[in-house]
Write a protein that binds this ligand. Structure first.
Ligand code: DC
Length: 228
């Protein structure tokens, strides 16, 4: 790039399994850098919500594709108060349940769904200056992202975090069932044929087990400084 050309601010991709700390780290990082933060899981959760409202199952991908073509899914507000709108209706709270997370994972395996959400995600990050978290940001959505992080944590730690998150929201749950559900979700997200959860070859892996949110942020900032 020539010295005078304006350099695009980086795209920072944070991928990893459920409850690995992506959204906590992503929000803090975006806040520190003054970047836009996009939680792409919210888009898949919105699709899960839409399908459940319409009574559509993953066995009817064409029906879902038709419905998605007619129903805009948009993000509004800012990182501190992000709104997810489906056909203009604010579903930000409703999509955060375990049930919708499960549906999001099931529907996210459909190529029709991934295709429909690809353009939305690329448009959101097109200008750079964005921290985007998900499962395939560094591999499929922005394979040229300047910074790629793969965030993980032990199964035990992730189950504990997810259980605490649910309890904080007043959702009663059995810790064993939370652990089993995370296992099912991991397996589905890693083994689907389309855009499975994978570590991009040029991603930096960070294991957040035993690290505080501040320590995770410091490690990611060190990668950003080195790469961006
Ligand atoms: O990050 P989350 O738990 O809110 O995501 C819910 C589901 O959405 C997840 O189990 C798989 C899917 N997802 C995906 O396939 N690709 C993404 N970039 C983000 C989420």
């Amino acid at each position: 790039m020539s010295g005078t050309a304006a350099r695009r601010r980086p795209v920072i991709a944070i991928d990893g399994p459920a409850a690995s700390g992506k959204s906590t780290a992503g929000k803090a990082l975006a806040d520190r850098l003054g970047y836009l933060y996009i939680d792409t899981g919210a888009l898949y959760r919105a699709v899960g919500w839409l399908a459940s409202q319409a009574g559509i199952t993953p066995e009817n991908p064409e029906g879902l594709a038709d419905l998605m073509a007619k129903t805009p899914i948009t993000l509004a507000g800012d990182a501190s108060d992000r709104k997810v709108l489906v056909g203009g209706r604010d579903v930000s709270g409703e999509i955060r349940t375990e049930e919708i997370g499960h549906l999001a994972s099931a529907f996210s395996a459909l190529p029709q769904v991934r295709e429909a959400l690809l353009g939305i995600q690329r448009r959101l990050g097109a200008g750079g200056g964005v921290v985007m978290d998900g499962r395939d940001i560094g591999t499929v959505i922005f394979p040229d992202a300047e910074v790629k992080i793969f965030l993980s944590a032990s199964d035990r730690e992730r189950s504990r975090r997810r259980w605490r998150e649910l309890s904080d929201r007043g959702e009663r749950s059995d810790p064993e069932e939370v652990r089993r559900e995370l296992g099912r979700r991991d397996s589905r997200d890693r083994n689907r044929p389309h855009a499975p959860l994978r570590t991009a070859p040029d991603a930096v892996s960070i294991d957040s087990t035993g690290l505080s949110p501040e320590q995770v942020l410091e490690r990611i900032l060190a990668v950003v400084e080195a790469r961006a």
